[in-house]
Ligand binder design. Structure first.
Ligand SMILES: Nc1nc2c(ncn2[C@@H]2O[C@H](COP(=O)(O)OP(=O)(O)O)[C@@H](O)[C@H]2O)c(=O)[nH]1
Ligand SMILES: [Mg+2]
Length: 328
């Protein structure tokens, strides 16, 4: 077990991350993956040092059922975004893999990335199938990458908790589906996830199928009154194989992110608060919530804690408060 880094070392590490030094970024992500409770204060210090005064960059969540082409599309998006001159960091989350070291996204050759490109970083996150580890590490990894790259893409597997997590860290959530599947209806009907910001119908190189999928989807969204809630849901047909529509997907993501700009700081603060609350509830359960005075009180404590600390340290502060309340 490596020793806990000193505060100075963490500030230095943060500097390396901001300077887009790949070795520093890798080390920071290793720290984020460290499941030991003792690592959490280090992560808190690191994220604190990486905090920005003004919100910047774009954080995109890619979600959807396995096999629809999220990884392939992430690669295609990354190439397109690089073409526009922006830097990109990708993190793939797979609860089923213990340590895949990038294999999730396929080998880099398959992704067609230039290995000498210093403005592109790809990493899959080991989560060992543990939901707690996932909600712990996903937002922290995104924070690390967001301090280094203009655009962060987070690929999740579209199941359960990852959805909630990606919502907390993404400015824009893209639901990826494929033609000929009833996936989207299931997703939306079951309320498995909140409504995404953009829907990509991938594998649109199967042209007839894609056309039908888009038509079905428009009808479905209409009958579900999704469009009626005052927000047009952009639908984009894409092919990660032929690059069809990938530029349009980037444009849809940028448009959504631009529309969010006036409220971006509040949106991110909300995500940070949701993450902190989630971690606290995981640690201490409903008893913890009750002990701190109920949901509304907890929300106030969370806000207070986040005013001074990044989320992992804020959770520690809340835990201390909980323990103090218990011993009263
Ligand atoms: N025809 C076609 N196949 C695709 C496309 N995108 C991905 N695939 C294939 O679909 C399979 C699953 O892709 P992957 O990116 O791993 O999906 P993920 O599980 O959602 O990440 C792979 O065999 C890909 O080559 C596409 O746009 N068109
Ligand atoms: Mg994948």
């Amino acid at each position: 077990m490596p020793p806990e880094p000193t505060a100075d070392a963490l500030v230095e590490l943060a500097r390396g991350v901001r300077a887009r030094d790949k070795a520093s970024i890798s080390r920071a992500l290793n720290l984020v993956e460290d499941r030991r409770t003792s690592a959490r204060s280090s992560v808190g210090t690191l994220l604190g040092a990486l905090r920005d005064d003004a919100p910047r960059g774009t954080r995109v969540g890619l979600t959807g059922p396995p096999g629809v082409g999220k990884s392939s599309l992430a690669a295609a998006l990354a190439r397109e975004i690089r073409r526009t001159g922006r830097s990109v960091g990708i993190v793939a989350i797979d609860p089923s893999s213990v340590r895949s070291g990038g294999s999730l996204l396929g080998d880099r050759a398959r992704m067609g990335f230039d290995p000498t490109d210093t403005s592109l970083f790809v990493r899959s996150l080991a989560t060992g199938g543990e939901a707690g580890g996932l909600s712990w590490s996903t937002p922290a990894a995104v924070h690390v990458l967001a301090a280094a790259y203009d655009v962060v893409l987070v690929e999740t597997t579209g199941v359960g908790q990852t959805e909630t997590d990606v919502r907390h860290v993404a400015d824009t959530v893209v639901l990826v589906i494929q033609p000929g599947s009833g996936d989207v209806l299931q997703f939306l009907k079951a309320g498995v996830m909140e409504i995404p910001d953009v829907i990509a119908v991938n594998k649109a190189d199967h042209e007839a199928l894609a056309r039908r999928a888009l038509a079905d989807l428009r009808g479905a969204l209409h009958s579900l009154s999704v469009v009626g809630v005052g927000r047009e849901l952009p639908l984009v047909a894409t092919s990660a194989s032929t690059n069809l529509g990938v530029d349009a997907l980037v444009a849809a993501i940028d448009t959504h992110r631009e529309a969010l700009a006036p409220t971006l700081a509040a949106h991110r603060a909300e995500g940070e608060a949701a993450w902190t609350t989630h971690l606290f509830v995981r640690l201490h359960g409903e008893h913890g919530v009750a002990t701190l005075g109920g949901r509304a009180e907890l929300a106030r404590h969370v806000r207070d804690a986040l005013a001074t600390d990044a989320a992992p340290l804020a959770v520690a502060a809340l835990s201390a408060r909980y323990l103090a309340a218990l011993s009263n």
